[in-house]
Design a protein around this ligand. Structure first.
Ligand SMILES: C[S@@+](CC[C@H](N)C(=O)[O-])C[C@H]1O[C@@H](n2cnc3c(N)ncnc32)[C@H](O)[C@@H]1O
Length: 226
């Protein structure tokens, strides 16, 4: 069958990102895009209305985080929380591309969590769940907690810290390297990598800020304090 221009663009982006996704996964990503478009007005999911923009700004942008995430988790099974997931970005994309992860998308807006539940059922994505709650109320433990267009780094780690496993990692999707936010991090979190991303067809700067819990304060002698 002939590929639609949209599928051709998605496949080119996937190749550019160095991802290896089966035809079935590509079909699910396209079906997910269709669902957002179909239900956007009802659920008020995103301000981006144009289908082409949605593909670039939402789908390919979220897909750019999949390779780095996989390198971090090494393809091992685990639990991932997407905070302030909205239409499911990047949570739904991660659930489709990483079936080894159990993905929960939390949002304070009931309609958005309901959309994720609907997407999980229509895409037959059994590793995906929509949660209607504030992230502050979740206990976890999650191995990875991610967010995109959510809050400052300080608020992100403070509000979700109780839900992150001791050895877990935070993955914050950001535009330009957020130096002000990095300087304002609370003592309980430390950055271990700021990873530049390049999103196919998008000129704007993108990065992932990787963080983990700072488990104990070190004294000047190098011994754990207290
Ligand atoms: C700007 S949207 C980003 C949506 C999506 N991540 C994206 O990249 O398109 C931020 C979302 O965070 C949700 N939100 C705000 N505070 C929250 C909290 N404390 N816990 C969970 N979700 C929250 C909002 O309802 C909103 O849907």
């Amino acid at each position: 069958m002939m590929q639609s221009p949209r599928e051709t663009r998605l496949r080119a982006g996937i190749q550019q990102l160095g991802l290896d996704l089966s035809d079935a996964r590509v079909a699910q990503l396209l079906a997910y895009l269709d669902l957002i478009q179909k239900w956007n007005k009802v659920y008020n999911l995103t301000a981006v209305r144009d289908p082409e923009e949605m593909l670039g700004q939402h789908l390919l942008d979220s897909l750019a985080a999949v390779g780095p995430l996989r390198r971090q988790t090494q393809g091992k099974p685990g639990r991932l929380l997407d905070v302030g997931s909205g239409a499911g970005l990047p949570g739904v994309v991660i659930a489709i591309c990483c079936p080894e992860l159990q993905v929960e998308c939390v949002d304070t807006v009931g309609k958005k969590a309901a959309f994720i539940q609907q997407a999980a059922s229509q895409l037959q994505q059994s590793n995906l769940k929509g949660v209607h709650d504030r992230v502050e109320n979740l206990a976890g433990p999650y191995d990875v907690i991610c967010s995109r267009a959510f809050a400052s780094l300080a608020d992100f780690v403070s509000w979700s810290g109780q839900a992150l496993a001791e050895q877990g990692v935070w993955l914050a999707m950001k535009g330009k390297r957020p130096d002000d936010e990095l300087a304002a991090l609370p003592a309980g979190a430390e950055v271990f990598h700021v990873e530049q991303l390049s999103v196919p067809g998008l000129a704007a700067e993108r990065c992932i800020v990787w963080l983990r819990k700072r488990l104990r304060a070190e004294s000047t002698t190098g011994q754990p304090a207290g």
